[in-house]
Design a protein around this ligand. Structure first.
Ligand code: G3I
Length: 304
């Protein structure tokens, strides 16, 4: 196979990218998107501030644009993200307690219902654990509504769209550390109590401060052993040339080595599409040319 998506498919996996709706009219961008990728994640368009800018009033325009583009190009969709402490509209930031909990439940129900049947997997809850060695929940307005907010979000999403896989998604959980241990304990607890969870997303934003952990594959494996799928959900790797290519190879190979690793998503197409203010963390350069990292990834997938 000569593209990322086709090569991944031959391995029983998908290869995806984050997509911004306003870039779909850029023919270089959409040319690469439709040639190489068979899964898309709306980069910002399904977040709370975009989909419910004022309470009870939903706006799906740009997210729908991405979903319909995906459907007409044989791409599946990872929904991102139903409940998150960041990118909340102002009205949410001003709520607390029962009012916030009810707003969260309603938001999850409405958005998951709107996209019912169209989403491969939802990031139901994003980034709910704290960084550092404490291994606790992140303090946030959602967390302050009660420790059960995460399971309530998952049960609500399941009720709204029983066909979508439901994921917990986070960063700096790519190796075994206090944060990933805490997520692991939550997944184990959810599994033992029958709280619906199907997958864990490992964002994998790799840079010199957080390089590819030596136990990257082992970490994926221990989560998979809990009975969930694992996915690499927001991959980007700082650097260039052969070092960057080798890191992309390692991550790709780790996913292939774990049978329940169902796919890889990169967080943007060209370096110029990256959320990072500077750097060259993606697979295509600013002109849309394939980088060494692209070739290493395609080769690791068995393509070429
Ligand atoms: O939409 C406004 C626009 O109206 C305004 O003119 C412009 C001025 O700066 O800002 C636009 O909003 C920006 C938005 O992206 C859309 O482009 C926000 O400022 C900017 O903060 C926002 O950044 C996004 C970031 O999440 C916000 O947290 C990035 O694009 C997006 O790549 C990034 O993605 C996150 C994942 O959701 C979760 N994991 C980490 C990842 C990287 O930070």
């Amino acid at each position: 196979a000569s593209t990322l998506g086709a090569a991944a498919a031959e391995q029983g996996r998908y290869f995806g990218t984050a997509v911004a709706a306003y870039k779909l009219s850029d023919s270089v961008y959409s040319g690469i998107l439709d040639r190489e990728f068979n899964m898309v994640t709306p980069e910002n368009e399904m977040k709370w501030d975009a989909t419910e800018p004022s309470q009870g009033s939903f706006s799906y325009g740009s997210a729908d644009q991405i979903v319909s583009h995906a459907q007409s190009h044989n791409q599946r969709v990872r929904g991102h993200a139903l409940a998150w402490h960041s990118q909340q509209p102002g009205w949410v930031q001003n709520l607390s307690g029962t009012a916030l909990r009810n707003a969260m439940v309603n938001h999850v129900t409405q958005v998951a219902t709107h996209y019912k049947g169209k989403i491969y997997a939802w990031d139901v809850v994003n980034e709910a654990f704290a960084d550092g060695g404490g291994g606790g929940r992140r303090d946030s307005n959602l967390q302050r509504t009660g420790n059960d907010w995460i399971e309530v979000a998952f049960r609500t999403a399941r009720a709204a769209d029983p066909g979508a896989k439901l994921c917990y998604n986070d960063y700096n959980t790519d190796g075994q550390n206090a944060k990933s241990n805490a997520v692991y304990a939550m997944v184990q607890d959810f599994k033992s109590r029958g709280v619906p969870i199907d997958c864990v997303g490992f964002q994998s934003h790799i840079n010199s401060a957080s390089p590819v952990p030596s136990d990257y594959q082992a970490n994926l494996e221990r989560f998979a052993a809990l009975g969930v799928d694992v996915q690499i959900t927001e991959l980007d790797i700082e650097g260039s040339g052969s070092t960057q290519a080798e890191n992309y190879r390692k991550v790709t190979q780790a996913c292939l080595n774990v049978s329940r690793c169902t796919g890889i998503t990169v967080w943007g197409i060209r370096d110029s599409d990256s959320w990072r203010a500077s750097g060259t963390p993606l697979l295509f350069d600013g002109n849309g040319n394939k980088k060494a990292a692209y070739t290493a990834t395609l080769t690791a997938l068995g393509g070429g």
